[in-house]
Design a protein around this ligand. Structure first.
Ligand SMILES: [Zn+2]
Length: 488
């Protein structure tokens, strides 16, 4: 599945989301070579039939997709794909009250081998693939195994082997992860497959000042981003406050993380106050990442409206399956769109209503809802939501660009079947931002390769011999891993 096609491929789709065109959706012809888009032509939807005739003459091998929608494939900007094995683990349920990361994950992760991570990451990669995600930003131990799994499955990605020298299951082997970071960075073969490196310090409390400084200076030299967790837990905040007398964000800022130059992808940022947000807003190199469902499980959701207030760019990820049991990025977008309304059921007027003082509160509630609805129209627009899983995470790395159908970007594309009941009769981006439409994926192109059979995308992948082999190995390793951890 992972042989890179050197030939030029052209497809035409009846509708496509092409940036900069006057109408939101146009007919389009897209050509790519060596995994990158080399040409884009558009036509008004009403001129589709006429354009197709002309394009067929010009491009004799053109593959034409009638009644289909072409969009960029999704980018999942923060995940740990190997952690899909935590799904359904009963211990997860009992550990979510406290610090799930430290109570459960660290224990199990200290028993994981390189081969375990490779086998579980392949399954995580398939789950992303089947949900229309062509690129993941991953952060995990045995990072080279994650990169190999992406290559085996055919997904593109940015892999940050986890670095931690003070606490956590990787603290005694961070030098090995450092070497793996360099190895991914130097691999021309991986780069050709759309797999790149980022520096992956784990979090403020698990990495020393010395390690952070080494990371910042190396990322600067290598011109690669730093992908880290920041201000993610109550415990992290308390530890840094006690150790350094500052908040995690303020301490990291003091080390130069947000001002030295490398692009920063800082994930969660739940425990950042206005002073912290002001610091982040002044940075020219930071993007935050919000993982809505995950943060609901392991902590609380960040107040993202403040991120907007301080004009800090932010994207949307799933985090790992273990904290939300799904790698479907569409459901995360829908959650964000609904959050402003969700907050309204905790206002004084609504709580008074619950207490039985309804007559005087209905009007206030209605006004609060109207005003919240109007103030968040932009936040809830399909274009604004999709940007957080397309163009924004596709523009953070210096070695590639993705998330847009434009010349020079990675050819990571989704072809949607507009006749599928989960999309029909919509012919707009609204359904892509708000729907459950994985089953309407007709075909997916990843780094220029067709990943399944037209119209049988999911079935053709799940029935392939290579998937069956990967599944068999993951199952065997799962059971032996449970035994080793005393969880079987
Ligand atoms: Zn994470």
């Amino acid at each position: 599945m992972n042989t890179l096609s050197k030939k030029t491929t052209s497809i035409a789709c009846e509708l496509a989301f092409i940036p900069g065109t006057p109408q939101k959706l146009s007919g389009a012809l897209v050509t790519w070579q060596d995994g990158k888009i080399s040409e884009v032509k558009v036509c008004h939807p009403r001129d589709w039939q006429q354009s197709i005739k002309a394009w067929k003459q010009e491009y004799p091998d053109l593959q034409v997709y009638e009644d289909k929608l072409l969009t960029p494939a999704f980018i999942n900007p923060h995940t740990h794909i190997a952690m899909n094995f935590f799904r359904g683990l009963e211990a997860s349920a009992t550990s979510t009250k406290g610090n799930m990361i430290e109570d459960l994950f660290y224990h199990v992760e200290s028993h994981l081998s390189y081969e375990d991570v490779l086998a579980f990451s392949r399954l995580g990669a398939y789950e992303n693939l089947l949900n229309g995600v062509a690129m993941v930003w991953d952060h995990y131990y045995h990072g080279h195994a994650v990169a190999t799994a992406l290559s085996d499955v055919g997904l593109t990605g940015v892999v940050a082997p986890t670095l931690q020298d003070l606490a956590g299951p990787g603290k005694s082997r961070w030098e090995e992860e450092w070497l793996q970071t360099e190895s991914i960075y130097q691999s021309k073969d991986l780069a050709q497959k759309g797999i790149f490196a980022a520096m992956g310090p784990h979090a403020s409390d698990t990495c020393s000042a010395g390690l952070w400084k080494k990371v910042i200076s190396s990322a600067k030299k290598m011109k690669i981003p730093i992908h880290c967790h920041a201000a993610q837990s109550f415990e992290e905040y308390a530890r840094i406050e006690q150790r350094e007398g500052k908040s995690p964000i303020s301490w990291l800022a003091g080390l130069g993380l947000f001002s030295e130059g490398p692009e920063i992808l800082a994930v969660h940022n739940i425990f950042a106050d206005k002073a912290d947000l002001k610091l982040l807003g002044q940075s020219k190199s930071v993007s935050l990442c919000f993982c809505p469902f995950s943060s609901l499980v392991f902590a609380i959701p960040a107040a993202i409206e403040y991120w907007d207030q301080y004009e800090i760019p932010w994207c949307v990820g799933t985090d790992c399956v273990a904290s939300n049991d799904s790698m479907n990025i569409q459901k995360e977008l829908r959650m964000i769109a609904g959050m402003p309304m969700y907050n309204l059921s905790r206002t004084d007027s609504y709580l008074n209503f619950i207490e039985g003082k309804n007559a005087s509160n209905l009007n206030t509630m209605n006004q609060e809802r109207q005003s919240s609805w109007e103030n968040t129209t932009k936040q809830r627009s399909p274009e604004s939501l999709l940007k957080k899983v397309w163009a924004l995470p596709g523009s953070i790395h210096t070695q590639f660009a993705a998330g847009e159908i434009a010349t020079g970007k990675l050819a990571n594309l989704l072809i949607w079947d507009l006749s599928d009941p989960s999309i029909w009769p919509s012919r707009s981006l609204h359904t892509i931002a708000m729907g459950d439409s994985s089953r309407a994926i007709y075909q997916m192109i990843c780094n220029g390769r067709f990943m399944g059979k037209d119209g049988q995308f999911e079935a053709s992948i799940k029935q392939s011999l290579v998937f069956q082999e990967h599944l068999k190995e993951a199952k065997a390793r799962y059971h032996s891993m449970l035994n080793r951890c005393g969880l079987s």
